[in-house]
Write a protein that binds this ligand. Structure first.
Ligand SMILES: [Fe+2]
Ligand SMILES: [Fe+2]
Length: 349
């Protein structure tokens, strides 16, 4: 899944005249498409913006496991169950790559998790909607992972090395996710009238929240200009949204489903689909924590973290024990190896 950028607090592009020598050299390297690596000097605002973006992205992957995880036990066939388990597990992996990428900027995993659990950190608003039927699993793969790919492919060229490299691998997996979702939709759309109605109902409920995934309109997006100058954000929210609509409407047509937007219209002159207004009041309400599932999602994450405390403690204790042993280890005297091996064979006999 992907990071839905809300306000990063960086409001305007810094003018060259206001830059220090370090900042000028940094911007020149970005302009020349040279990747920034963790140990190199970077402006504090660049670091903060990236920590915010990458951690939001990581949280989205981890929280995004929940709506689909709900359906693993109810998948209609063994094959669908195996595919869905692999998909949800991939999302967990995406979260881990991204937490690791954010850690290279000097923020700890514990701090990021704490921010999420305390409600200080954001994650993509889409995961605060419920998954009511099996068709929702198809729709999430098709639309939500489809939107993720649209957003993430440009991020493979992002200026920060660890983030860009994580994106390359994540995008490969997202494209499998999108295809598995579309395959579910295809099966339902070609199934019984009830199955097709279920697919249509899921599209009706997920279409608009999927368009909201790209974030507020460019005109209201306060962070975009500086993020674009730093090559943290390559394409604007509105550009990405338009690309998504243009790509997805023909896919809905192929399924024989109707996109729930009476204003949807192919504009031959523009070469794009026109679409109706998005309910931004709903978006801001969900972002603020008032979506249908915000509280449930956070409760589930906090419980999982608390239930897993013993695993983290055991892993830490094991790592400490190994470190102590490694420090205490001295070179064995000649012949000791053979003796040890003999003793082990004796013990097994
Ligand atoms: Fe993902
Ligand atoms: Fe995905």
């Amino acid at each position: 899944m992907y990071a839905q950028m809300v306000d990063t607090g960086v409001k305007a592009v810094q003018a060259a005249a206001d830059m220090t020598a370090d900042e000028k050299a940094f911007q020149a390297r970005i302009d020349a498409d040279i990747r920034v690596e963790p140990k190199e000097w970077m402006p504090e605002a660049y670091r903060r913006t990236l920590i915010r973006q990458i951690s939001q992205h990581a949280h989205s992957e981890i929280v995004g496991m929940l709506p689909e995880g709900n359906w693993i036990t109810r998948a209609p066939t063994l094959k669908r169950k195996a595919i869905l388990m692999a998909k949800v597990q991939d999302e967990g992996g995406h979260g881990l790559y991204l937490y690791a990428a954010a850690e290279t900027l000097g923020v700890s995993r514990d701090r990021m998790v704490d921010d999420l659990h305390a409600g200080r950190a954001k994650y993509s608003s889409i995961f605060n909607y419920p998954t009511l039927t099996w068709a929702d699993i198809g729709t999430i793969g098709w639309l939500v992972d489809g939107a993720a790919i649209m957003n993430q492919i440009p991020l493979c060229r992002c200026s920060f090395g660890p983030y860009a490299r994580a994106m390359v691998r994540i995008c490969k997996e997202e494209s499998f996710h999108q295809r598995q979702g579309y395959d579910i939709m295809l099966a339902l759309a070609r199934g019984t009238p009830e199955q097709k109605a279920m697919a249509q109902d899921a599209l009706d409920r997920w279409w608009w929240p999927s368009l909201m995934m790209f974030g507020p309109p460019d005109a209201q997006s306060v962070h975009s200009a500086q993020s674009a100058a730093w090559k943290i954000k390559i394409l604007s929210n509105d550009e990405l949204r338009q690309r998504f609509v243009d790509q997805t409407v023909p896919q809905a047509d192929y399924l024989g489903l109707t996109v729930p937007d009476p204003e949807l219209n192919w504009d031959a002159e523009r070469g794009h689909y026109d679409f109706g207004p998005i309910d931004w009041a709903e978006f801001h309400n969900v972002i603020k924590g008032n979506g249908p599932c915000n509280r449930e999602r956070l409760r589930t994450r906090v419980k999982a973290w608390e239930d897993g405390a013993w695993v983290r403690e055991a892993a830490m204790a094991h790592a400490e024990k190994r470190a102590v042993r490694a420090a205490a280890r001295v070179a064995p005297p000649a012949g000791a190896d053979g003796g040890e091996r003999t003793a082990r064979v004796d013990a097994m006999a």
